[in-house]
Write a protein that binds this ligand. Structure first.
Ligand code: KG4
Ligand code: ZN
Length: 394
């Protein structure tokens, strides 16, 4: 089957086309097209993501991205669609005038591509942004008469770690992830430890009580006068400090909840501790930024590693799967790899570096798992955006 994935939950507009064919042992894959348009530069001017601006950008970019991705997949054939369903499309996209216009200008001029289903993120995320992707998916589903599969973005991050470089080739395979597994999800909006019995069967072991890891990175970066998103910049400075191999540790930050008996996290206190530290310093030099970044990253990493260690110790699992934008961080990656080595029976699965951030390939792949699973109820076609959707709500 061929699945079109659509992702608009935050500040990336992404579309992918994934072909999956069943094989006796494991499915054969081929990525036919994959496009991501990032809005980061736009939001960076304002220091963070503005939902209404994200929504407008998604509206503007979805059709050009779809066109590009269909071209990559060689699925465009010019035609004159007979049943344009114009009235229904107008109603569906009435809140997205720009998308509506581009939709009506393009979609009726091509033949229905060989796509069997559409997978779209319906939560968690920014609701105005999610709605654009959802309504777009519903409009395409109407015109092409194919089903829409609503996808939980965090499940996307879990299965995104199953793809490796060879998954992109025709006949490529997924990594051989054995279950049960512990999943650590670390993104801009989430920090969660999950026990997964299989794809689709999740138990939330613990989660952040306040800020997510990525959010803490972004907020600390802003305090230090660093650009949005803060993660990459802080980790760059921390790395520089680490390379300078200073034994002194001028700033000491807390490791919140590191010894709590549960699997929950809290990063708001750490962020506030950075604020108090900064307030006491008359001049924040580059060197001080480096030192604070390193201490902050060490604190975050120690907490993540300690909690994940506890989860791996407590539950008899075969895999550790990590997903979410923060896993682009080399130091955290390395520390998680070192952690997994302590458990000889556990294999670790991290996303490829180009797939750690938001993308639509992970959504299309989650669509495949959802489509073939009989355990999960299919949502009816008038499903809604769900900003706070949990993994257990699937
Ligand atoms: O998964 P993602 O792309 O979007 C959400 O679903 O939230 O994650 C984005 C988050 C941002 O907070 C960003 O600062 C963080 O991932 N991030 C990083 C790094 N690269 C991105 N955090 C730490 N180190 C990085 N290298
Ligand atoms: Zn994400």
């Amino acid at each position: 089957m061929i699945i079109l994935g659509i992702e608009t939950s935050c500040d990336e507009t992404a579309i992918s086309i994934l072909e999956v064919s069943e094989d006796k042992k494991a499915p054969n894959l081929a990525v036919l097209g994959n496009t991501i348009m990032s809005q980061i530069k736009l939001h960076a001017q304002f220091g963070g993501v503005f939902p209404m601006m994200a929504k407008r950008e998604h509206s503007k970019n979805l059709i050009p991205i779809l066109k590009k991705t269909l071209e990559q997949a060689k699925l465009i054939k010019n035609d004159n669609l007979e049943n344009k369903k114009e009235k229904e499309i107008e109603k569906l996209l009435e809140r997205e005038p720009e998308l509506l216009k581009q939709f009506l200008d393009f979609i009726p001029t091509i033949k229905k591509p060989e796509i069997d289903a559409i997978a779209v993120t319906y939560g968690p995320g920014l609701e105005p942004a999610l709605w654009v992707g959802i309504n777009f998916a519903k409009a395409l589903s109407l015109v092409w008469n194919i089903p829409v599969i609503p996808i939980n973005h965090m499940e996307g991050h879990i299965v995104g770690a199953f793809l490796d470089k060879n998954s992109f080739e025709k006949g490529g395979k997924l990594k051989d992830v054995e279950f049960p597994a512990i999943a650590l999800l670390i993104s801009g909006g989430h920090t969660e430890l999950i026990l997964a019995k299989s794809v689709g069967e999740y138990k939330i072991l613990g989660q952040t009580k306040d800020d997510a890891v990525g959010e803490a990175y972004d907020k600390v970066a802003r305090m230090l006068g660093l650009p949005y998103p803060g993660g990459p910049k802080i980790s760059e400075l921390a790395e520089k400090e680490r390379l300078e191999k200073n034994s002194e540790r001028p700033f000491v930050l807390p490791r919140p909840m590191i010894h709590s008996a549960d699997f929950d996290f809290s990063f708001a206190g750490l962020k506030t501790a950075v604020l108090y530290t900064i307030k006491k310093i008359p001049e924040i030099t580059e060197k001080i930024k480096q030192q604070i970044s390193k201490e902050f990253e060490d604190a975050v990493t120690e907490v993540l590693i300690t909690k994940t260690y506890k989860a791996l110790e407590k539950f008899e699992v075969k895999s550790l799967v990590v997903g979410g934008g923060v896993i682009a961080n080399k130091f955290i990656r390395q520390n998680l790899e070192n952690l997994a080595e302590k458990f000889p029976v556990i294999n670790i699965f991290l996303p490829e570096s180009n797939l750690s951030g938001d993308n639509a390939l992970m959504i299309a792949l989650a669509g495949y798992f959802n489509y073939k699973s009989s355990k999960k109820p299919q949502k009816n076609k008038d499903f809604k955006a769900s900003g706070n959707l949990r993994l257990t709500d699937l």
